[in-house]
Design a protein around this ligand. Structure first.
Ligand code: TXE
Length: 495
């Protein structure tokens, strides 16, 4: 496919930063290593980025520690911190075209979605958290111990925070973590995913431009097993906030236990999306299709298990299959593309393995079921019917444009089936019956429930998982609990 020239980025022009950002300086890796970055629409390498190793992580931690202990950030008035975060939001918006191009080159998603979706929603995190910087308050607590005391709490920054982010929404998920961490006065080492390191480097550059002091936000691209592991193990890191797979989440816990650093985890999902017979079926079809195929299914909250009432099962399955078949899959720089490729050849292999397992276990692909072309990592939006609850494609997170459709009869039955998973990130309900909607929402074992909508995110809405989908919450003011320590101060009054 040929992308229209108006949108084809010149990588040399679009990519201004490919080194590590440590203590406000752009530096090479200590051992001089670099790694290749691929365009998933073509499979071609388009740039090399310095690869952080343990020595660089140590340098970044020392810079963040110095900035936390002795720099101006923590001592700055909350209002000045707030203004700096707001300026960073403005700079993201002002640079949306360039960041969007880089995100598309790196991740593959459609350019218009990157520019008009990911960049503004990352900016919104900085705007929203800018407001909270001036509102991180403690409480005065009356106590009953004999004597006269004034007791209050202070919410203080945790300290040096490692943020490890994945490749599906590289800029947005970085913002989910960096914005609240900075609002609370922490200093940060951001490690982007090795597949998508570039927008994080741009974020670091813009943070300096916004007046966030050197060393407050350090950006260290590198591999998980090397840079990520070193960051998580480091004894002078006070907290790690991680988004990624449940398997890596467990590794993070193991690595964090040396100094018992705080850990928050936003992990995988296999979210159930339930369609009742009284739903607005057209809206349910459109919304459920978007709920799984958006971002080529590479979304932790994707509605990947569809439970449809038997009365409307055939209609819904045919409807979603028709939407899926009509989705334009292609290069992110083709403005007609609605979804792009998977992020990497490794991920293509993983998703292809799930497609094969679906066929091996007897599932029927109503639409899709295969890779598209042999250049780039494109997969056809796929709907599997005739599936059973024990099949691998029903139980495991595929993280591709693949949905499984199961039939149900009774509400009790469906909520038990929806909750029959080790994950608990999100869920969906489509119905016109308000009472049933609230009853089901209360019974869902998941951190978010969408009713008559799906994949609605907002900086003010807490997001995170029950069960093996994680610990803690992103966004909303909830997340500030994860980035602050509570100190109790007890003052004896009188002589
Ligand atoms: O994830 P990893 P991968 C799921 C999805 C996907 C699967 C594997 O199912 O198919 O995970 O993807 C860093 N110490 N999700 O292998 O390994 C890594 O460098 C510290 C769901 O890419 O979890 C990257 O920055 N860090 C998910 C980040 O972890 C380590 C989004 C994610 O990589 C590390 C992504 C280590 N030992 C994948 N090993 C979601 N919840 O949205 C890796 N990393």
């Amino acid at each position: 496919m040929t992308a229209p020239s108006i949108l084809i980025p010149d990588p040399a022009k679009a990519i201004s930063r490919t080194r590590l950002l440590i203590g406000g300086e752009w530096v090479d890796a200590a051992d001089g290593k670099e790694f290749d970055v691929y365009n998933p629409s073509t499979g071609d390498v388009f740039c090399q980025v310095s690869e952080a190793g343990p020595e660089d992580i140590d340098r970044a931690v020392r810079a963040a520690r110095e900035a936390f202990d002795n720099g101006p950030w923590r001592r700055m008035s909350p209002l000045d911190r707030s203004k700096a975060l707001w300026r960073l939001g403005d700079l993201l918006v002002a640079n949306a075209e360039e960041i969007g191009r880089v995100e598309t080159l790196d991740q593959g998603k459609p350019y218009l979605m990157a520019r008009d979706g990911d960049v503004p929603s990352a900016a919104n995190l900085f705007y929203y958290m800018s407001g909270w910087a001036t509102k991180i308050e403690g409480e005065v607590i009356p106590i009953s111990a004999p004597g006269d005391y004034h007791v209050y709490t202070r919410r203080e920054a945790v300290g040096v925070v490692g943020c490890i982010v994945p490749w599906n929404f590289p800029l947005v998920i970085a913002a989910w973590k960096v914005a609240p961490a900075l609002a609370a006065g922490n200093t940060v080492i951001l490690k982007p995913a090795e597949q998508t390191p570039l927008s994080a480097l741009m974020l670091g550059e813009l943070a300096l431009e916004a007046g966030i002091p050197p060393g407050v936000l350090n950006v260290v691209p590198g591999f998980g097993a090397r840079a990520g592991q070193a960051l998580t193990e480091h004894g002078d890191v006070d907290k790690v906030s991680f988004t990624g797979s449940t398997a890596t989440g467990r590794r993070i816990l193991d690595a964090a236990k040396g100094n018992l650093k705080k850990v928050s985890l936003e992990l995988g999902g296999k979210s159930a999306n339930i369609i009742l017979p009284d739903a607005d079926i057209d809206a349910a079809i459109q919304g459920s299709a978007a709920g799984i195929f958006f971002n080529a299914g590479q979304a932790c909250a994707a509605g990947s298990r569809l439970y449809v009432h038997e009365d409307v099962y055939d209609q819904v399955v045919e409807g979603i299959a028709a939407v899926a078949a009509g989705i334009k899959v292609g290069d992110g720089f083709d403005p007609t593309s609605e979804i792009g490729p998977l992020v990497s050849s490794q991920h293509l292999d993983r998703v292809s393995g799930y497609l094969q397992s679906g066929f091996d276990e007897g599932a029927r692909a109503v639409t899709g079921g295969a890779r598209i072309g042999d250049r780039g990592y494109f997969v056809a939006p796929t709907l599997f019917a005739d599936v059973t609850p024990t099949q691998k494609i029903v139980r495991e997170e595929i993280f591709g444009p693949v949905v499984v459709a199961l039939k149900f009869k009774e509400l009790d039955q469906v909520i038990a089936a929806a909750n029959d998973t080790r994950y608990g990130l999100a869920g969906g309900i489509w119905t016109r019956d308000v009472s049933k909607a609230h009853q089901l929402a209360a019974q869902f074992q998941s951190g978010t429930v969408w009713v008559n909508c799906y994949q609605v995110f907002d900086a003010a809405m807490p997001f995170g998982g029950y069960k093996e989908s994680g610990w803690g919450r992103e966004m909303g003011h909830e997340v500030l609990h994860d980035f602050t320590e509570v100190k109790t101060v007890c003052v004896k009054l009188g002589g």
